[in-house]
Write a protein that binds this ligand. Structure first.
Ligand code: HEC
Length: 140
C-alpha cells in the first residue's frame, strides 16, 4: 500500500525531527548553558586581575604569588617551592569554593598581614564567577 521509497521516508522523518527541535528548542537547557557561560566569561575577565601575579597551569613557575594549579582540596599556604609570608603559618584550612569565596571577599581580613596586594571583590556574583572560572582552569 505504502509506495513511498524507504529513503524518502527517512528524509521526511529527519526533516520533521529537525523542524520540531528548531521550532521548540529545549528552552530550559539553553538558559542553563547561557547562565554558565555568562559566569565563566565574567570569571575569565576577572582573572585578569590575578594573572600578573599567579600562573595556573601544571608546572608553571610562580610569579609574585604562587601557582594556583590544583588548589581546590589543598591546604592553604602550602604550595611547594613558594615562600609564603609568616601570615600563612597558622592558616589551617583547605581551599574550597567556600573558603576561597571568603578569602576573595577580603584577603586581609581572612589572613591578616598576608603579602597579597589585592583588596578583594565585594560583589558576590563576581566572586562566584571567578570561582567557577578557576575551578575549570586550575583542576588537573
Ligand atoms: C599583585 C600580586 C597579586 C595579585 C594581583 C593577586 N595575588 Fe594572590 N597572592 C599573591 C601573593 C604574594 C600571595 C602569597 C601571600 C603571602 O605569602 O603572604 C598570594 C596568595 C594567593 C592565594 C593562596 C594560595 C595557596 O595555595 O594557599 C590564593 C588562593 C590567591 N592568592 C588567589 C588570588 C586571586 C584569585 C587573585 C585575583 C583576584 C589574586 N590572588 C590576586 C599575589 C597576588
Amino acid at each position: 500500500m505504502n509506495k513511498t521509497p524507504y529513503c524518502t521516508r527517512l528524509i521526511i522523518l529527519v526533516f520533521v525531527i529537525f523542524s520540531v527541535f528548531t521550532i521548540f528548542p529545549p528552552i530550559s537547557h539553553i538558559n542553563f548553558a547561557h547562565a554558565a557561560d555568562k559566569y565563566f566569561l565574567r570569571g575569565q575577565k576577572l582573572f585578569k586581575k590575578c594573572i600578573h601575579c599567579h600562573t595556573y597551569k601544571a608546572a608553571q613557575t610562580h610569579r609574585i604569588g604562587p601557582n594556583l594549579y590544583g588548589m581546590f582540596g589543598r591546604k592553604a599556604g602550602k604550595v611547594v617551592d613558594f615562600y609564603f609570608s609568616e601570615a600563612w603559618k597558622n592558616a589551617n584550612f583547605i581551599w574550597t569554593e567556600k573558603t576561597l569565596d571568603n578569602y576573595l571577599l577580603d584577603p586581609h581580613k581572612m589572613i591578616p598581614n598576608n603579602r597579597m596586594p589585592f583588596d578583594g571583590l565585594s560583589r558576590a556574583s563576581d566572586r562566584k564567577a571567578l570561582i567557577i572560572y578557576l575551578k575549570k582552569i586550575v583542576q588537573p
